[in-house]
Design a protein around this ligand. Structure first.
Ligand SMILES: Nc1nc2c(ncn2[C@@H]2O[C@H](COP(=O)(O)OP(=O)(O)OP(=O)(O)O)[C@@H](O)[C@H]2O)c(=O)[nH]1
Ligand SMILES: [Mg+2]
Length: 290
């Protein structure tokens, strides 16, 4: 956790907010990108304050890695808060085609006013914001119409701001807003670490994997049992870890268990989705945390 505090010292946060606020003036709407496995931990704690009344849509990314039933519940939840919400997989582009429609819904007023003024413009200027590693660059690449050149600088706009033309009516600000995640409570830090959102480990890999095993066991005892062909029901976490090590041949000279290797296997397989589509934070958890 300490490393994250170093990366996001107060001065850094203030700079981020200032630059984000000036970018906000350039766009019609903001897409808040969230990791669908951890929709609580992957949101910035100040996002509502920063965006104020700016139109916003929510994009739940990495839908290939999360539980589809929980995803539906999260979409309902965010919609109930007034946010148009879209489930996406930025890697394959699945769901990305629904982003424009969601923007249009959220910008209905603007389009109606344009109509009254007899202005014919369907252009939607969009900026993506999100915490590190949530998939911002992948989504930008996915939305970008590779064949068309960059739209170029607009007059009166900082030289750095380039616009990317997409296949539809969306014009994308090429630099996304990188926000810091929540890191007030331990569970949030752990969930960010399990999913690989934090590169600087908040604890060593062995302890992290140990605690991931406990978490997965609580979600569904079949996850590890199915994947590694071991008995997991009502067994101590360390025994489960030992069994995984034996199954995977993570044994050192002198027949000692290689816990580092075992831990890396478990973490890597979880992050890649090999253990299944697993959501770590459910809608119900909102009442307990936040
Ligand atoms: N499985 C899966 N992986 C994804 C998806 N979207 C992004 N990724 C992966 O997530 C990792 C991070 O993606 P980036 O696009 O670099 O994330 P970013 O938000 O730009 O990260 P920073 O630039 O560090 O802030 C990469 O390994 C991507 O391949 C998705 O929908 N599904
Ligand atoms: Mg990036």
């Amino acid at each position: 956790m300490n490393n994250m505090n170093i990366n996001w010292y107060p001065g850094h946060m203030k700079k981020t907010i200032d630059s984000l606020k000036s970018s906000l003036k350039l766009v019609d709407i903001v897409a808040e990108l969230i990791d669908s496995r951890i929709p609580i931990a992957s949101r910035n704690p100040l996002i509502d304050e920063i965006l104020e009344n700016k139109p916003r849509i929510i994009l739940l990314n990495k839908k290939d890695l999360s539980n589809q039933e929980e995803n539906s519940k999260w979409v309902e939840y965010f919609k109930s808060k007034g946010h148009e919400t879209v489930m996406i997989n930025s890697m394959t582009g699945q769901g990305v085609e629904n982003i424009e429609k969601a923007c249009k819904k959220q910008l209905k007023d603007k389009f109606e006013k344009n109509k009254e003024k007899n202005i014919k413009s369907n252009r939607i200027r969009l900026m993506i914001v999100g915490i590190p590693n949530v998939g911002k660059s992948t989504l930008i690449n996915r939305l970008a119409n590779k064949k068309s050149a960059k739209v170029g600088n607009r007059p009166g706009v900082t030289k750095n701001n380039q616009w990317i033309k997409t296949k539809g009516n969306i014009e994308l600000l090429d630099t996304p807003g990188v926000l810091w995640p929540k890191f007030e409570d331990k569970l949030t830090g752990l969930n960010l670490a399990y999913t690989g959102a934090i590169k600087d480990e908040i604890m060593d890999v062995e302890n992290l994997a140990f605690s991931l095993i406990e978490t997965l066991q609580k979600i569904d005892e079949n996850i590890l049992s199915n994947r590694y062909g071991i008995e997991t029901s009502e067994r101590p976490t360390i025994d489960i870890m030992d069994d995984i090590a034996l199954k995977r041949g993570a044994i050192l000279k002198g027949r000692e268990i290689d816990y580092t290797k075992t831990a890396n296997i478990i973490l890597d397989e979880f992050r890649k989705g090999v253990l299944g589509q697993i959501t770590l934070e459910k809608v119900e958890d909102i009442n307990v945390r936040v």
